[in-house]
Design a protein around this ligand. Structure first.
Ligand code: PGA
Length: 252
């Protein structure tokens, strides 16, 4: 299975900042990305076209969106559709990032709808899941992850559109943007649980589905995290904003 190194830029960078960051990344990484690695950049909507132009034709680089609305078109002020993203060269999109769930109130049902709809439209979807600190302290990690996985993946629509590509991202909410990384044993346990649930839900593709870890990934912890069983990539926020640190992660 190949390793996916994803940069989630969140709400950062104007077009000119995006352009210089991606140029710097290309300078540092072009020609040195191992054949089994893919570098995925998830800029805000406003910089998709800029990044798309810069990476077009570059081996090992892909483009994705952080979000979309699951409808073809219509009166949805402020939203963009999967078709608009495909038109800009996006191959990937996230669903269920914890910031969408917690700051914007996205329910399991909406996340499931986005996941199924994105797959049906041909996007490789990355489903993000993870427990809060309170849930962890209450010993409810298994319950929360299982609920998030089942509500999004236990669906005939998902099963029949899997050809578009599916990855998972385990991101403990308390480790996102806090500098606090989950302990290797916690990551290993959570990823094993995700793999086990995938085998029940999607037996045909479970072992081919990448499970990324996200939450304060930095250049100095990347190789340890990538060495953990069932970790097939990383989803990076803060440390993806500078070409120096993200290129170190991409090669780490
Ligand atoms: P972080 O964010 O690397 O800044 O913790 C990760 C994410 O939200 O995907």
């Amino acid at each position: 299975m190949h390793t996916l190194i994803a940069a989630n830029w969140k709400m950062h960078m104007t077009r000119s900042q995006a352009s210089s960051t991606v140029q710097e990344l290309l300078q540092k990484l072009e020609g040195s990305i191992p054949a089994n690695r893919e570098i995925l950049i998830l800029p805000p909507f406003t910089s998709l076209e800029t990044v798309s132009g810069a990476i077009s034709g570059k081996n090992g680089f892909s483009l994705g969106a952080q979000d979309f609305y699951p409808a073809e078109e219509g009166a949805y002020t402020g939203e963009v559709s999967p078709e608009m993203l495909l038109d800009l060269g996006c191959g990937y999109a996230l669903a269920g990032h914890s910031e969408r769930r917690h700051f914007f109130g996205e329910s399991d049902d909406l996340v499931g709808e986005k996941l199924a709809y994105g797959l049906e439209k041909g996007l490789h979807m990355i489903l993000c899941i993870g427990e809060t600190l309170t849930e962890r302290n209450q010993g409810r990690v298994r319950e929360v992850l299982t609920r998030q996985l089942h509500s999004a993946l236990d669906s005939e629509r998902v099963r029949s559109a899997l050809r578009s590509g599916l990855s998972l991202a385990y991101e403990p909410v308390w480790a996102i943007g806090t500098g606090e990384v989950a302990r290797p044993e916690d990551i290993e346990e959570a990823h094993a649980l995700v793999r086990e649930e995938l085998r029940t839900l999607l037996p045909q593709s479970a072992d081919r589905t990448a499970i990324l870890y996200g939450g304060s990934v930095k250049p100095d912890n990347t190789s340890q995290i990538l060495g953990i069983d069932n970790v097939n990539g990383v989803l990076v926020g803060g440390a993806s904003l500078k070409a120096d640190s993200f290129s170190a992660i991409a090669l780490g």
